[in-house]
Design a protein around this ligand. Structure first.
Ligand code: MF3
Ligand code: CO
Ligand code: CO
Length: 259
């Protein structure tokens, strides 16, 4: 209805701060990722860190979601609910997804973590998924089509023999958790809306070893798994369209140049 929000400078500054805090939270969480630790414990530490920095976790209470992060191991595509009963084991690959609300502004980011040594196949999937996010980010500039993000991601994933999850998407973010537009990770070239300076959205490809389809666990209504129980990986950044290119607002390690 309202269309894609063009953020004001004040909103951009607020969303940048929240985005950086979300990324710092992932850095903080990294130290707890090891065999024998529960995802529930990591979530507790994440919640403490976010609250200690004057923010709140956006997921807690969001449509009834119970925790401060999503932690999705192995065949879980996204929205894994952290639990004391989910114990990490050597060889697991897990996605930790954190969304902060700081002074009313949202920042959303996720990364993969490897628990000890992982298989070559798992590492290859993780590396390819990070490359998908990088390719998507390269498409962010004024006048480009949103569809080109999904076009380049899907082309690369297919070339590696993987599939792209189409049942969950990136999204506008910043003054609300999920804003317009929906950012598809598999799309046709030169389709969709045009990017304009001041737009802020996530790119968060979920890439599967096997089939693209997911199923939601009946018992919790959240956990999305691959239909064939093969591995899935995901990375997510929050990005701003600048007058000449892009700024990755959750990039606290300066892995992406501001263009
Ligand atoms: N952070 C997730 C995203 O990238 C959304 C999680 S919503 C929840 O959009 F309710 F599952 F937590
Ligand atoms: Co998101
Ligand atoms: Co997220």
């Amino acid at each position: 209805m309202g269309g894609i929000i063009i953020k004001t400078q004040e909103q951009i500054d607020g969303i940048r701060k929240s985005s950086r805090l979300a990324a710092e939270t992932l850095d903080y969480a990294a130290q707890f990722v090891s065999p024998g630790i529960s995802t529930g414990f990591i979530d507790q530490k994440i919640e403490e860190f976010i609250l200690a920095h004057g923010a709140v976790p956006a997921t807690k209470g969001y449509n009834g979601y119970p925790k401060s992060s999503c932690i999705s191991p192995n065949n879980v595509v996204c929205h894994g609910i952290p639990s004391e009963n989910t114990i990490l084991r050597e060889g697991d690959i897990i996605n930790i997804d954190v969304t902060t609300i700081l002074n009313g502004f949202y920042g959303d980011t996720s990364r993969m973590f490897c628990v000890g040594e992982v298989s070559d196949d798992a590492q290859k999937l993780v590396d390819a998924t990070l490359h998908c996010l990088k390719l998507g980010i390269e498409q962010v500039k004024p006048g480009n089509y949103f569809g080109n993000i999904g076009f380049v991601i899907n082309r690369y994933a297919m070339s590696k023999g993987y599939s792209v999850v189409y049942e969950f998407c990136g999204h506008g973010v910043g003054v609300d958790f999920h804003e317009e537009p929906q950012v598809d990770h598999a799309a046709r070239r030169n389709t969709g809306a045009l990017m304009k300076p001041g737009m802020i959205f996530t790119i968060e490809p979920m890439i599967n070893q096997g089939k693209a389809r997911t199923t939601i666990d009946k018992h919790d209504g959240w956990t999305a798994r691959t239909v064939d129980n093969k591995l899935s990986a995901q990375f997510e950044h929050t990005v701003l369209v600048t007058p000449t290119g892009c700024e990755v607002l959750t990039d606290i390690h300066n892995e992406f140049p501001v263009t």
